[in-house]
Design a protein around this ligand. Sequence first.
Ligand code: ADP
Ligand code: MG
Length: 313
Amino acid sequence: MSSTSESDVDAVNPRAGTRPEVRPIEVAGVSVRFGAVRALSDVSFRVAPGDVHAIIGPNGAGKSTMFNVLSGVYQVSSGEVRYGDARLTSMRPHQIARLGIARAFQNIALSGTQTVAENLMLGRHALTKAGFLASGLRLPRATREGRRHGARVREIADFLELSDKLETPVGVLSYGDQKRVEVARALCTEPDVLLLDEPVAGMNAEETERMAAIVLEIRHALGITVVLVEHDMGMVMSIADRVTVLDFGRLIADGTPGEVQRNDDVIRAYLGSGDGELGNGELGNGLPGDGSSERAVSAGDGDDVESTEEPTP
Ligand code: ADP
Ligand code: MG
């Protein structure tokens, strides 16, 4: 923001600052079955470097399954996911993490008794060359590294508006604060790609707005890709560059927020699921009927996803 020409460039191309090492993600024909349940059926889409890319859909659509495929937690039944030349679908989660793909969980996975700073330092440990032994012995190199990591942890905490909470045990923080700590911890690994599973689930309106602003700031300031699995359509529509919509494990739309908002299949899926409005109030116009019977129609022609008990991966 030091000169007008720079900010002009930013205004035209918000991804001007994308890091060159950030690669595209290609999801190609991915299917995941749990016993008779088809959680994902032949799903293909591309995530461009530096995009905020949202994956949305009603409950049970397969969003979390896709998240777990991207992070290597679930194996695919067929298809593959590539990150540049790397085949993520044949890698373990820690190998994917080492490629610079970090995830923050839907259900907070923090140590509640430890402080925010301690939790964030855990995120730095993968980057700590000195290792635990040297740190334990307080060797000079370890203390130097410790100071460097401490400085970066404070920067990231500041970025996530957590500076005044660094010494607070995570367990006593509000839900919204804890979710931001979870994102901060993922950022502490200095990722090229950040995977977020329902970052605003359970948040109030103010916390949601704050998280949306932070996601945009992450993309803008760090130049990394953010893949966002989200139920909250309003949040997604205001910040995503591209939106992939799943319903019953199938991709039903993929495009800009404006495109998917106007897509009839998307409108039907969301109205039929009783999930209500599709964000920004833009979809309230011109919809056929109330759509309440349409979910039954689309459910009937799909696989009976609800009918099995105890599927196994
Ligand atoms: P979403 O996150 O969009 O709500 P999920 O990916 O959690 O959807 O679930 C998609 C479908 O896959 C659902 O029918 C769900 O019950 C099933 N499913 C997801 N994970 C598992 C699992 N580990 N074992 C068995 N079934 C699963
Ligand atoms: Mg989910």
